[in-house]
Design a protein around this ligand. Structure first.
Ligand code: NDP
Length: 444
């Protein structure tokens, strides 16, 4: 049996009931097969793949907190410090009822390669809790965040592990967590990114993932003879990534006609009104029904349906496994030329393969959404320097990083005779740097 197959089997056997983690490992290792086989003996002797798929450290803890009625609740929380070969652990904190260890491990594993692709010195980690911020008062959110950080603060630091936001963890939650860290540890350091501008945050961090997604998509289209200008784009989600993806797509001259949330979706034939979307989602924290109610050109539909709309470019920006094989078939039938993942692993393996087989340009999340973590790393640099860069400086660096990421994965794919396979290219380019650093640092 090949080394890759052995390790995939081992991961399934040793990590029962973690299907998302199995999926992520399988997808990465399958596409690394040619690279591993080139060097199989040395990698096997060093158990390089076994070390790569096993987190350096996994923290599981309880978070007790008191609601507004005096009732105590207990949530499960996680921080997986996956790989620190090329820098301190870096990755977001997800607050969502679906969170479990397997999901955090899948995200942490993907983060290793994504962070490597940015070219910046950051290792891979991820964390979160099954706490649901929806419907909670500000005081309850603060109670949860403070209790969560009381435990987490023992294991993180500006040079060891620097968490950030993710689903359910926005500026408000990061603020409460940062305050508690500072209070407990007594140090003012860049231990979290995604901070507010008044206390060490970076300009353009809020926009970074969505903007970065479009910079990479624009470059991918350009290198394949297309122009983003004039294209019709469908976006899923209506959170941080989706909102700024819509905004940048429109700035680049595309027309975005959909957004969605966990209950329904909007089709707006005139193009999404970003100011209204921000008002509904960022200010009122309301459902998309409010967007549709305020906009005559918009139709609201319950459930899923974004991928059924005819488009040139599709940008899944909500959550994992939200674009299935049937959706991929519909996109291809409707003439879609490119899919770029704003979310982490939004496309199932079968859907990805179908899109690639049918000539759709496909940019995987670990490359396409790396703008968020890249800008987080820029926030870390500014914190260490005790300086703040302008919006234009940060945005300019972000654009360069995204364009470079695209060329790195394009070249890696070509080098291994898989031209146009950006999934393989991203995994290979991300892996080689980490594998090299792990080998150089010995058996640790
Ligand atoms: P937000 O919480 O701001 O928004 C998430 C969006 O997705 C919301 O519209 C939400 O709807 C929807 N959504 C969440 N869960 C589900 C679900 N199970 N089914 C359908 N819709 C769902 O998160 P972000 O925009 O920050 O993150 C979106 C994705 O991008 C995630 O995969 C995240 O890991 C990834 N990502 C984010 C980065 C960042 O910088 N923010 C960086 C890199 C990746 P509702 O409001 O109804 O819950």
């Amino acid at each position: 049996m090949s080394y890759v197959d052995e390790v995939i089997d081992l991961v399934v056997e040793k990590n029962p009931a973690q299907p998302e983690f199995h999926q992520a490992v399988k997808e990465v290792l399958e596409s690394l097969r040619v690279v591993i086989e080139e060097n199989e003996e040395a990698y096997r002797k060093d158990a390089l793949l076994e070390r790569l798929v096993t987190p350096e450290r996994q923290l599981l803890f309880r978070v007790p907190w008191v609601d507004d009625n005096g009732q105590v609740h207990v949530n499960n929380a996680f921080r997986v410090q996956f790989n620190s070969a090329i820098g301190p652990y870096k990755g977001g904190l997800r607050l969502h009822p679906s969170v479990n260890l397997g999901i955090i491990k899948f995200l942490g594993f993907e983060q290793i390669f994504k962070n490597s692709l940015t070219g910046l010195p950051i290792g891979g980690g991820k964390g979160g809790s099954d706490f649901d911020p929806k419907g909670k008062s500000d005081r309850e959110i603060m109670a949860f965040c403070q209790s969560f950080m009381t435990e987490l603060s023992k294991y993180i630091g500006a040079d060891t592990d620097v968490p950030a936001g993710d689903i359910g963890t926005g500026a408000r939650e990061i603020g409460y967590m940062f305050g508690q860290y500072k209070r407990i540890r007594g140090v003012y350091e860049g231990v979290l990114t995604g901070k507010g501008l008044s206390y060490g945050g970076s300009l353009a961090r809020t926009e970074a993932t969505g903007y970065g997604l479009l910079y990479l998509t624009e470059e991918m289209l350009k290198c394949n003879g297309h122009d983003i200008k004039g294209k019709t784009v469908v976006v899923s989600g209506s959170g941080n990534v989706a909102i700024y993806a819509v905004q940048k797509a429109q700035q680049l001259g595309a027309k975005v006609v959909t957004v969605s949330d966990s209950t329904g979706w909007v089709y707006d034939k005139e193009g999404i009104d970003v100011a209204l979307l921000k008002e509904v989602k960022e200010v009122k924290r309301a459902r998309l029904t409010e967007y549709a109610a305020a906009r005559p050109s918009a139709e609201y539909h319950e459930g899923r349906g974004v991928w059924s709309i005819k488009c040139d470019v599709a940008l899944p920006c909500a959550t994992q496994n939200e674009l299935h094989l049937d959706d991929a078939k519909e996109l291809v039938a409707n003439g879609c030329i490119a899919v770029a993942e704003g979310a982490n692993m939004p496309t199932t393996i079968e859907a990805t393969e179908y899109l690639q087989k049918n000539g759709v340009l496909f940019a995987p999340g670990k490359a396409a959404n790396a703008g968020g973590v890249a800008t987080s790393a820029l926030e870390m640099s500014q914190n260490s320097e005790r300086l703040s860069w302008t919006f234009e400086e940060v945005d300019g660096k972000l654009k360069n990083i995204m364009v470079n990421i695209f060329h790195n994965l394009d070249e890696a794919a070509k080098k291994y005779h898989m031209e146009g396979n950006y999934v393989a290219g991203a995994n290979i380019a991300g892996f080689l740097k980490v594998a090299d650093a792990m080998t150089a640092q010995g058996i640790v």
